[in-house]
Ligand binder design. Sequence first.
Ligand code: CDT
Length: 328
Amino acid sequence: MSRVLTVGAAQMGPIQLADTRPEVVERLVALLSSGAAAGCDLVVFPELTLTTFFPRWWVDDLSDADHFYETEMPGPDTRPLFDAAKRLGVGFHLGYAELTSDGHRYNTAILVERDGSIVGRYRKVHLPGHSEYEPWRAFQHLERYYFEAGDGFAVHGAFGGVVGMAICNDRRWPETYRVLGLQGCELALIGYNTPIHYAPDPAQDRLQGFHNHLVLQSGAYQNGMWVVGVAKAGEEEGCALLGESAIVAPSGEIAARCTTDGDELAVAEVDLDLCAKYTGTLFDFDRYRRPEVYGRITAQRGPEVPAEVRADLAASVESGTEPGEDGQ
Ligand code: CDT
């Protein structure tokens, strides 16, 4: 079986509050059809694809936001996308807000095979932002209010390879790619909604595009995997969202990218056998990794300056010498 897939990064332009689910699904089906015309096996949609990015607003009662969540997948509104996938023989990845029958809320993505069957589901692990209303912000980022965190990164045997998923903020954490890489992941699919304005440090605003490609490219290279990063972009309810969707090769090179802030498909030939060029050489994990010295990565969450270093630091501040200076 061929290990070369044609993959489409289906960037979405903004989705406004007034846009209905059927209207959004129509746009998704149009992108899926463009993917089919381009020979795609798999089309990747962004995080929270079906609605506007609602965590930018506070509601006193969470149930007032229930209409943003899906209680079944496929449901009546999303069924046409699954039907189109089966008809066209094109699989897809889709992010959406999930409300389970027992009342749990997750920021979720699913992977759907070319026959329309769901082969995997992922619930976002790294939830950014805050959980309380913060009036000083121009807009809220309340993912920690609207969602519970998922419990891990899994991979799936699909599309002839080992496929993993992550969502938006997950892409900034090296642990995401490494935990996937340690399961042999060859293709990581990552949707995102990234506001260009970062309220806690607006100096980072101008760097959003750079940081996006930086993490996608380093994650791909350091783990010898393909990474598909897909945005919901443009001016959404007065909030500018980053575009810059990209398909990144295991070399870290960008194989295809979007150039607009609207609905756009970027397509690349994804040779899964390229991964072994990296995971079998420089990043041969089994040969070169040293897990016995990485204990801190799972043993602690935040940085802990060792007590003896803190003592040295205090002494150096007192004496006016820099830490590590030995008088020579
Ligand atoms: N959706 C999402 O995870 N967005 C975050 C914004 C972080 S700023 C609160 C991101 O990492 O792009």
